[in-house]
Write a protein that binds this ligand. Structure first.
Ligand SMILES: [Cu+2]
Length: 691
């Protein structure tokens, strides 16, 4: 099912909080956009809607993906799919059939008889592919953006037309980054953030299938593309040594054999946990789901639990502290953001959006994928006070402070964070905006077009409804651009299945722009590639956006097809309209390291004469339709006549946690420079494994 592509005049949607005096600007935008949009599909380049490039062969599904960039390593995208810790050939025999065939031994010996994920939502089946050369690769890869072959392309826009020759063109730009680099746990649907030193902290994941979580915290160094050593669990070791099961194997239904205990483990097993990098470099861990795997495939789902106890992982000690005193039940992957709540360095809290609404499901209801009900309650967790509490180990629901209630939980809806600071580096706004999403099981129908924004800087923060999305959507993506506008794309309606009974996906193929100043949504181009569950989108240093991932069968042009071709993994580059608007400013000089409270000098040439804004955007992994801490922070600046720009860094790490950021200078015409890599706050965090 596809929305109309041609002749459909788009409208900029007006937000409820639109400021007076914006009508003329809006009317002009509607007119120009409407004129240019008619007939546009994929490759229209224009100063108003931007341009969507041809398909980029991607070799594995980018279910979790992120930009990695450091002084030691040029920019790259690292990404993985399920099962992340294996090579494709460990579970797929490439020889029989046009796509290869899943090995039933893998299901028995590794998943303990839990079913492989097949069919329209086939996450394990996605490892099969008509590109046979890709099957032996690790299920985790890095894509070197600066490799000379990276963007070699035949200019195709249809997944069906891509051949093995197309995939061979950029194959050399992809390198193994999973099993062969020391990853031994399935980090599919884990929590993923980047530490101040650039390493990725990967929290929890999945064991076998269903909703079974793991206790592991895995650390990935994207510069070297290696995983910090965690021992291979007995089940994997046995399987690799004897994939046909000719000898006795460790029982995969026993947790000791799949998730053997380590001092770095969390206390609780978590699938779909949230992770938040804190101002001191530690990581807050929330929520997640688990089941008792030992009961086997028939009964494990009846034991489903939602983890209520937050934990704080410290990279310095490589260990976690559970906060039994700060329990609360949330949705899977609750959206959570560090907020500066006062004038001092330690005056920060973590705002968490949504919570479980009683009554809790029991009995048979637990067998559903996600049986809980949710509301839009938004609360601060005071992490530091919970950590310092002498009763930290006593079960309680303390250290939470209610803030406001959103009209819906926006479960699985895209989120973005937009911060702004003044001449002293203090916050003038701390905005979070959520786009569409779901409301949980059995909830009253909610409007999946809903866009809501809150400014945590205001004295009494309140969720305020903005203009609606172009069409209802969940599982969509949002990427904040250097201008502070938010590109929203992908998504669908509901978690449909392709039958029987036949319930086609209602895909949102639109790329749309949210303007946080005006509260408006403007439709741009459309793609032919569905991107919803497990799709990813990331801002690149050149100001373009790469869109990746999605469940494989969704990547086929007909998501309800039952034929042999399940699509192939592809990415696309979207060039925002600002790249067609005029000369780009260039950052000729900027410091590698910037410090809290301090001003720094940037030397800028080119572009228009006037600079319109300066911003830093934190970089790191994303997954499951949100940014996980890739915060946009607009900084105060003063332009001098000699090409120098004086910029004020944020005053405190609660506004911008330590780590690597892209620094952009944007002309007054809204055209951004290419990013310069900067590191913020060295020595301000708790380090991380020796750094
Ligand atoms: Cu998932």
């Amino acid at each position: 099912m596809r929305p109309k592509m041609v002749g459909e005049a788009p409208q900029t949607r007006k937000g409820m909080n639109m400021k007076p005096g914006t009508f003329i600007k809006l009317a002009f935008s509607i007119l120009v956009c409407g004129l240019l949009f008619i007939g546009s599909e994929n490759s229209v380049a224009s100063p108003d809607v931007g341009e969507l490039g041809p398909l980029i062969p991607f070799h594995k599904d980018a279910i979790a993906a992120g930009l990695a960039w450091s002084p030691e390593s040029p920019p790259k995208i690292c990404f993985w799919m399920r099962p992340a810790e294996y090579r494709g050939t460990d579970l797929v025999d490439p020889t029989p059939g046009p796509l290869g065939t899943l090995k039933l031994q893998f299901q028995q010996l590794v998943y303990g008889g839990f079913p492989l994920s097949r069919g329209p939502h086939g996450l394990d089946e996605s490892v099969t592919t008509r590109i046979k050369d890709d099957i032996p690769r690790d299920n985790a890869l890095c894509f070197a953006l600066t490799h000379p072959d990276a963007f070699k392309s035949t200019g195709k826009y249809n997944v069906d037309e891509l051949t093995a020759d197309d995939f061979a063109m950029n194959a050399a730009a992809f390198s193994n980054a999973g099993h062969s680099k020391g990853l031994h746990y399935n980090v599919f649907c884990s929590g993923q953030v980047v530490l101040p030193n650039g390493r990725w902290c990967v929290v929890g994941g999945t064991d076998k299938a269903g909703n079974i979580g793991i206790r592991k915290i895995n650390l990935f160094d994207p510069a070297t593309e290696t995983w910090l050593p965690r021992p291979m669990p007995p089940v994997k070791a046995d399987y690799l040594a004897d994939p046909n099961g000719l000898r006795p194997h460790s029982d995969p239904l026993i947790e000791l054999n799949t998730d053997p205990p380590l001092p770095s483990d969390m206390r609780y097993r978590r699938w779909y946990p949230t992770a938040v990098t804190l101002p001191d470099g530690r990581v807050l861990i929330l929520s997640g789901t688990d089941e008792d795997a030992s009961l086997g495939p028939a009964h494990a789902a009846e034991t489903k639990v939602r983890q209520a106890v937050p934990e704080v992982y410290d990279p310095e000690t490589d260990a976690s502290i559970p906060l039994e005193n700060a329990r609360k039940l949330h949705q899977m992957y609750p959206r959570a953001y560090v907020v500066q709540t006062g004038p001092r360095r330690n005056n920060w809290k973590v705002a968490v959006i949504g919570e479980v609404e009683p009554p809790l499901p029991t009995g048979d209801a637990l067998r559903q994928f996600d049986p809980f009900h949710y509301n839009g309650n938004t609360s601060y967790l005071d992490v530091l006070s919970a950590l310092a509490d002498p009763n930290r180990d006593q079960p309680a629901e303390n250290h939470w402070e209610f803030v406001n209630t959103a009209s819906m939980v926006h479960d699985n809806g895209a989120g973005a964070q937009i911060w702004e600071t003044d001449s002293k580096g203090d916050a003038t706004s701390q905005k979070v905006v959520l786009f569409g999403g779901e409301c949980g099981a059995g909830a009253v129908a909610c409007d999946q077009r809903t866009v809501e924004m809150i400014d945590f800087q205001s004295a009494a923060p309140q969720w305020i409804r903005q203009a609606d999305l172009v069409q209802p959507a969940t599982q969509n993506n949002a990427v904040v651009l250097p201008t502070g506008q938010v590109l929203v794309f992908g998504g669908n309606v509901g978690r449909g299945r392709c039958g029987p009974p036949l319930r086609p996906w209602g895909n949102s193929f639109y790329f749309q722009m949210f303007d946080p100043e005006l509260g408006t949504i403007t439709p741009l181009v459309q793609t032919r590639i569905p991107r919803h569950d497990h799709s990813t989108g990331v801002l690149l240093p050149d100001g373009t956006v790469i869109t990746m991932g999605g469940n494989r069968t969704d990547l086929a042009n007909d998501p309800c097809q039952t034929g042999l071709d399940k699509g192939v993994p592809v990415a696309q580059i979207y060039k925002p309209a600002y790249l067609f608007k005029g000369p780009r400013p260039s950052i000729d000089e900027a410091p590698d390291e910037i410090s809290y409270k301090a001003r720094f000098v940037v030397r800028v040439t080119g572009g228009s004469d006037q600079i319109g804004s300066v911003a830093i955007i934190r970089i790191g992994p994303v997954t499951h339709n949100w940014d996980w801490g890739n915060r946009y922070v607009r900084l105060w600046f003063k332009q001098k006549d000699n090409g120098e720009v004086i910029v004020q860094a944020p005053a405190r790490p609660g506004l911008a946690v330590p780590g690597y950021y892209m620094l952009f200078v944007i002309s007054d015409e809204g055209v951004p420079s290419v990013a310069k890599l900067v590191h913020l706050g060295r020595g301000q965090d708790r380090g991380g494994n020796g750094d």
